[in-house]
Design a protein around this ligand. Structure first.
Ligand code: NAD
Ligand code: DAU
Length: 338
């Protein structure tokens, strides 16, 4: 039995990853360390709890003693770091938790992994570290880092720390950088789940600026499959980009969501633009295709309709995550009228 440590597994992508990996590999056991911030939800893995190959530990990746003791006592062969503060708008409101978790937390994990001789470390990063594209071209692994938000700056800083540990100590790490994910269990502060859940309740859909910014959407299962391949077969010191080949303007995407849900366009509400709003992301994933045999498999049409169906059949989950702290964030971000 191989045992790995996953951090941030109660969030959107980590929870999908744990589900898919435990299903795909019967010889794998996973320990999930998660701080349970507003974005971490035990309900995302409730049906895994108590299983012989899954263990949850509530904890902070900045806690050196905890991470060290887990690595020492559990014979961990790999660490996959999903844990992060992830929402750009929150990083504009307050960058402190982003610096703490994304940078100091990554440094802590790197030090602990080195100390205990962990054979593989994977840093889950983002295409946002490359900055913004004009109307043409795509990000490759060679694109210079040019982050524009406090969130992406903190992720770029973490990537550079990982790179430095590879160069300086021969540390066995790989970095993956993926475009915008969507799918089940995504917290409804991000565009797709926010707009689906608002439209389901006939609430306004707040489109920033002109709505002409472009994102490349990828189904979370494709991202997780890429991480699984990179962790097992990636070359130490290398970066791998993953993308969905599904570029859409935010308005095109909103149109598709409203049509699929049978809701009127009058729900669209244009609101002031996000400061420093990146214009366009697009990914060249030819390296992952060549070296890992990875290509995205879920079409945007199929993935979106499956995702809408998931939210439609999980009204309890939506009600739980949209209560409490969420309401305060929503009012701070969009004002009382939206
Ligand atoms: P998420 O916000 O849904 O979940 C983050 C998880 O990390 C939560 O469970 C939270 O409780 C946990 N966490 C936060 N701080 C922690 C700490 N100090 N210690 C332990 N756990 C902590 O995030 P997500 O969308 O699932 O993203 C996961 C990773 O993938 C992040 O590193 C993110 O930068 C990266 N990424 C996300 C996307 C995307 O589209 N969502 C795309 C590319 C890369
Ligand atoms: O590209 C990968 C990144 O994708 C991840 O690293 C981040 O963790 C993840 O949050 C996501 O970042 P974005 O900022 O691109 O995602 P978000 O869903 O916040 O916004 C997508 C687009 O929609 C962006 O152009 C801003 C716009 N938007 C977003 C919200 C929340 C709106 O127009 N209105 C909104 O209310």
């Amino acid at each position: 039995m191989q045992r790995i440590l996953v951090t941030g597994g109660c969030g959107f992508i980590g929870a999908n990853f744990i589900r898919l990996e435990l299903q795909a590999d019967p010889e794998l056991a996973i320990i999930n360390v998660d701080k349970l911030t507003y974005a971490g939800n035990l309900a995302n893995l409730a049906d895994m709890q108590g299983g012989p190959r899954y263990q949850f530990v509530r904890g902070d990746i900045c806690d050196r003693e905890l991470i060290s003791s887990l690595l020492q006592s559990r014979d961990i062969s790999a660490v996959i770091n999903f844990a992060a503060e992830t929402h750009v708008d929150r990083s504009i409101q307050d960058s402190s938790p982003f610096v703490q978790t994304n940078i100091v937390g990554t440094q802590t994990l790197l030090d602990c992994c080195r100390k205990h001789g962990v054979a593989r470390y994977l840093q889950v990063s983002t295409d946002e570290v490359y900055g913004s594209l004009g109307d043409s071209g795509k990000f490759t692994e060679e694109t210079p880092l040019a982050p524009n938000s406090p969130y992406s700056a903190s992720k770029a800083a973490a990537d550079l720390l990982v790179r430095s540990y590879c160069q300086t100590f021969g540390f066995p790490a790989v970095i993956t950088r993926c475009s915008n994910n969507y799918g089940p269990f995504q917290f409804p502060e991000k565009l797709i789940p926010l707009f689906i859940t608002n439209a389901m309740q006939d609430q306004p859909l707040p489109v920033y600026g002109t709505g002409l910014n472009i994102r490349d959407w990828i189904h979370v299962s494709d991202h997780c499959r890429g991480i699984a391949l990179a962790w097992r077969n990636g070359r130490s010191g290398d970066v791998y980009n993953f993308g969905g080949n599904s570029e859409l303007t935010n308005l095109e995407l909103t149109d598709r969501l409203l049509s699929a849900l049978g809701k009127p366009h009058s729900l669209i509400k244009f609101v002031p633009d996000r400061p420093g709003h990146d214009h366009r992301y697009a990914i060249d994933y030819s390296k992952a295709q060549r070296d890992l045999g990875w290509v995205p498999q879920v079409t945007f049409e199929a993935g979106l309709s499956e995702t809408i169906a998931w939210y439609q059949s999980h009204s309890d989950w939506i009600a739980q995550v949209k209560s409490g702290e969420y309401q305060k964030f929503y009012e701070r971000q969009y004002g009382p009228q939206t």
